[in-house]
Design a protein around this ligand. Structure first.
Ligand code: URA
Length: 198
């Protein structure tokens, strides 16, 4: 069994917050264990709770469209959420739910070791930059050691505010070039390569 699958079994047993009482299915996340690109959404909605899979409703359809703009499919990436269980009525995640669920996403990231994390919406942005506002830093990558964090609006935002659609699409189109930058981080710098000649 892969390490990620073992983790899914652990997550499925989680009773660490009250959301466990309301869920139909846990939604741990899905995608490639070797993904370089990891997307983090907010929380499962009704469709995700029914299916046990992330981003399968309307926002998921738009996310699939966004991925297709840059030649990616769901199998190329990994998608997870800040919360693994649906908040009743799709309400916003509560601070204590985010805190008790954080360990699962930490372990997913540790296993997958992505080169770039795309945060979708303000809750996943807050995991990295709690003081920042999405309106200011969407589409602007930041480096955290060897990881690039790239904030984007949540795809559902485009469904509510049509004007955001183009903004989200243009942020998405930058992903390949930003990812290409991150590929260089693990290569030795020019200086180090020159030194190793001696
Ligand atoms: N919105 C999210 O943030 N995550 C999902 O999985 C679905 C909708």
């Amino acid at each position: 069994m892969s390490t990620l699958t073992e983790l899914y079994y652990e997550i499925a047993k989680c009773q660490d917050c009250d959301l466990a009482k309301h869920r139909t299915h846990v939604v741990p996340g899905e995608g490639s264990e070797n993904a370089k690109l990891l997307f983090i959404g907010e929380a499962p909605g009704w469709y995700e709770d029914q299916a046990g899979r992330p981003f399968v409703g309307a926002a998921g359809e738009f996310l699939n469209h966004l991925l297709s703009l840059v030649g990616l499919s769901r199998e190329d990436i990994y998608i997870a959420n800040i919360l693994k269980c649906r908040p009743p009525g799709n309400r916003d995640p509560l601070p204590q739910e985010i805190q008790s669920c954080q360990k699962w996403l930490d372990r997913q990231i540790e296993i997958i070791q992505p080169k770039m994390i795309v945060t979708l919406g303000r809750y996943s942005l807050a995991r990295y930059f709690p003081q920042e506002s999405i309106g200011k830093i969407h589409g602007k990558e930041r480096r955290l050691n060897n990881l690039i964090v790239y904030p984007m609006y949540h795809p559902a935002a485009a469904l509510h505010r049509g004007g955001l659609r183009q903004v989200i699409e243009s942020d998405m189109r930058r992903i390949p070039q930003v990812l290409a930058q991150s590929e260089k981080f693990n290569e030795p710098s020019i200086e180090a390569q020159q030194l190793s000649l001696f």
